[in-house]
Design a protein around this ligand. Structure first.
Ligand SMILES: *Cc1c(COP(=O)(O)O)cnc(C)c1O
Length: 238
C-alpha cells in the first residue's frame, strides 16, 4: 500500500466528520477521531501518526503492547475498546489513557488498583459499555442495568478513575436500529449527568466505519474508525 493511502483516508474521514458535524449544528472540535489500529502493523500506525493522527484504539492487550511501547515518544493517546478481562487490567496503566469498555465492578476495582500500583500520577479515563441493541453476543451492560451500575461505581469512590461517559456498538446492517440505539445512549448520558451530578461525564463513544455518520448526527463525541482509515482488515492476510 502506498504511504498516501492512510494519509488520504484520514483526510477524507476527518473532512466527513467536519461536514456531518456542521450540518448537524455541532462543533466539529467536540468529536474525537479514534483510529482503530487493531491488527495493523507498527508501520501503519506510524504512517497515521505522521499524517497527524493522535488517538488510537486497540481491542486486545497483546496486539496493543506490540506497538504502544515503540511509540512512547509520539505522545499518542491510546484507547482500549475491546472486552477487558480484569486480570489484564495491570497492563493498562502507562499504556492506555482511556478504557471504553468497563462493564463490571470487578474490572473497575482492578483498574483502579492497577493505577495505584503504577508509576502513573494521573487518572485513567473510563467509559461504561452499554449493549443498547441487546444482542446476546455483545458485551456491555443491558440498558436497565446502567443507572444502578453507575450508582454502585460511584459508591466505590475509586480515586484513580475518572468516569467520562458511555460507549456502545451499533446494530450491524440496520441503520434504523443503530440510530435508535445511539439516540438512546445519548438520553442515558443525560440521565446519568442529571441523576449523579457528574461534571466530566460527557463522552459518547459510538460510531464505527459503517455508522459514524449516524453516530455524529446522534451526538457522538468519539468515533472509533478502523477500516475507513486503514482498509479492510482481512486483506492483510492475503
Ligand atoms: C474493530 C472495532 C471498531 C472499528 O471498526 P471498523 O468497522 O473497522 O471501523 C470500532 N469499535 C470496536 C469496539 C471495534 O472492535
Amino acid at each position: 500500500m502506498s504511504n498516501n493511502y492512510i494519509r488520504d483516508n484520514l483526510a477524507a474521514v476527518k473532512q466527513h466528520i467536519h461536514q456531518v458535524a456542521v450540518r448537524s449544528g455541532r462543533e466539529p472540535d467536540e468529536i474525537t477521531l479514534v483510529a482503530v489500529s487493531k491488527t495493523r502493523s507498527l508501520d501503519e500506525v506510524k504512517l497515521a501518526i505522521d499524517a497527524g493522527q493522535k488517538d488510537f484504539g486497540e481491542n486486545t492487550v497483546q496486539d496493543a503492547l506490540s506497538k504502544i511501547p515503540e511509540l512512547k515518544a509520539t505522545r499518542s493517546e491510546w484507547h482500549f475498546i475491546g472486552h477487558l478481562q480484569s486480570k489484564k487490567a495491570k497492563y493498562i496503566p502507562g499504556n492506555f489513557q482511556w478504557v471504553h469498555s468497563v462493564d463490571s465492578l470487578k474490572l473497575a476495582q482492578k483498574l483502579s488498583s492497577a493505577m495505584a500500583n503504577s508509576a502513573e500520577n494521573s487518572k485513567i479515563n473510563c467509559l461504561v459499555q452499554v449493549n443498547v441493541s441487546s444482542e446476546d453476543s455483545k458485551s456491555g451492560l443491558n440498558r436497565t442495568e446502567v443507572l444502578p451500575f453507575i450508582d454502585q461505581l460511584l459508591q466505590l469512590d475509586l480515586a484513580r478513575i475518572s468516569w467520562r461517559g458511555l460507549m456502545t456498538i451499533g446494530v450491524q446492517g440496520d441503520d434504523r436500529q443503530t440510530r435508535a440505539a445511539f439516540s438512546e445512549l445519548r438520553q442515558m448520558l443525560y440521565q446519568c449527568q442529571h441523576e449523579f451530578g457528574l461534571v466530566d461525564f460527557d463522552q459518547l463513544s459510538m460510531g464505527m466505519s459503517n455508522d459514524y455518520t449516524i453516530a455524529i448526527e446522534e451526538g457522538s463525541t468519539m468515533v472509533r474508525v478502523g477500516t475507513a482509515i486503514f482498509g479492510e482488515r482481512n486483506l492483510r492476510s492475503l
